[in-house]
Every structure is written in C-alpha cells, then in structure tokens.
Design a protein around this ligand. Sequence first.
Ligand code: UTP
Length: 290
Amino acid sequence: MVQKVRKAVFPAAGMGTRFLPATKANPKEMLTVVDKPLIQHVVDEARAGGIEHFIFVTGRNKGVIEDHFDRQIELEKTLKERGRQAELDMLTASLPGPGQTSFTRQQEPLGLGHAVWCARDLVGDEPFALLLPDVLVQGNGTGCLAQLQEEYERTGGNVVAVEEVPDDATHHYGIVDIERGAGASHPIRGMVEKPAPGTAPSNLILMGRYLLQPEIFGILEDQQSGAGGEIQITDAMISLLASQKFTAVEYEGKSFDCGSKIGFLTANIAFALEREELREALLEEIGKLT
Ligand code: UTP
C-alpha cells in the first residue's frame, strides 16, 4: 500500500510580471476566470483529487489569498438575512474547513523550486501534490489531480502530468523523455527544463501538476539556480530520478497557462462556454465582434 497523498502545495509568490499592471497590488493567482479566482479553481481540483490540507506559499501583496480562503461572517450574515441561500451554499461548499489551510512566505521570488522548498516543514515527511495555481485544467469531470492519484495508487513513486505541445514550442517548458508503452502512463527516463530549440527529447511538457515524494526537499536544499536564473523544480526532479521512479501521465483534458495573456483570455472563454447559462449569450456576443 502506498502512503496516501493528503497535502497539496500551491506556490503563489511569483511576481506576475506578464500581467502588470493588473498584478501590481493584486496577486496574479486572484485574477478571475469567469467568476472564481484562478487559485480557487485549482484548490477545487485538488479537493476533487482527494487533498485534505492546502498549503499556500505566498509573498508580499498576497495577503488577500489568505482572506479568500477564510469565512466572511458579515457577508454570510447579510446573505442569510436576505434569503440568498444559493450564494451562501456556494460560498461554504468551496471553503476548506478550519485547520485545513496553512500559509507560509517565500520572501523572495527565487524560483518555483525555492517556493516549494519553503513548504518543507508544513509538508513534513510524506508525499505531496504540487499544483501551479496559474494553470487551469478543463477536462474529464474529476480533474487532472484525481487522474494522477489513480496512477499513484497503482505505481507509487513520483507521478507527473504531461501534455503534448507543438515541436516548435518545447523550449518554453520542462520536457520529459519517456519509455512509451501502451496506455497513457509511461516511465520517465529523463527530464530537461527549457531545452534549446530543436534539442527536446519529446514534445511532452510538464504542465503544472505533480505528486512528489518528500526526498525532493533534501535536494532543493542545495539546488543551484538553473534556466532563467531561478531555482527550478525540474532540476531537483532530475536529481531525484537517479534514485526514485517517476511516471508521466498523459491525462485526459486540456490545460490553460493563465500566466500568459492568451492562455488567460482563452480560459475565460472556454470555462464560460461550459456554463449553460452563459454559453449562448457569449457565442452571440463573440459573433458580433468578428
Ligand atoms: P510563473 O513563472 O508562471 O509565475 O510561476 P511568475 O513568476 O509570477 O510569472 P511572471 O513570469 O513574472 O509573469 C508559476 C507559479 O509559481 C509561483 C507563481 O506565483 C506562479 O503561481 N512562483 C514562481 C513562486 O511562488 N515563486 C517563484 O519564485 C516563482
């Protein structure tokens, strides 16, 4: 029996440079896709994937994330007095319970790997999920993390979600080298962060969902900065691959990189089109624009 993955880490201490000025005082992770902040979409996906404790790595100007995952007693009281039961139910259904959230600060945005390392004491000595809060997944109902959990229960070790991109886009991402077998999960032979154009071992990218063993923290402790001068989680995973198994899952679904403007705008349209009450009116309005 593998040890259950109960905790998830959400690194949210980046600068959101690509979204300035929107992210000057407001965290990128609080930008809204349809009617929910990005980070709440991702917390919902984690909960659907069996996560019981939610660990947020934040930084300066990110305090509103902590408020978002707290109760708003005055608002709840007013909604109740006004008989707005549907809104009240919606607010409470998506809220982690007392003691199910933890917050720590990265202090300096030294890279994703460093942000994850900042959560080491809160995670402790157990496997954990890592979800990038600026990547949304639209998919097959249960979500991407639930699919990773299914694979993890079968194989244990470290499990990562991968997705195909066009060959000329591989240099933007962490790429996996796999032993392709039948089905959607494949043993990983190697990984590389942002390979030079034309040198990627495959077109399968690490898209932002991981189940990792706690030994990654020991490696991150001494991890030097890599691509872009940042401490990269991919570099630490490459070291861990020497002693532990990694499995890539080509999950069912599609990701949106909401850290980029095109990804964010497309996600807003795609998620709105999924909503019955918005779909027809939105299509009509888009039709008028083109
Ligand atoms: P990104 O690279 O997409 O976020 O990291 P960023 O650095 O905020 O973006 P730009 O390039 O400046 O526009 C993916 C996730 O990792 C977090 C970010 O907050 C984001 O949610 N992150 C990144 C950290 O927590 N710390 C870091 O040092 C870097």
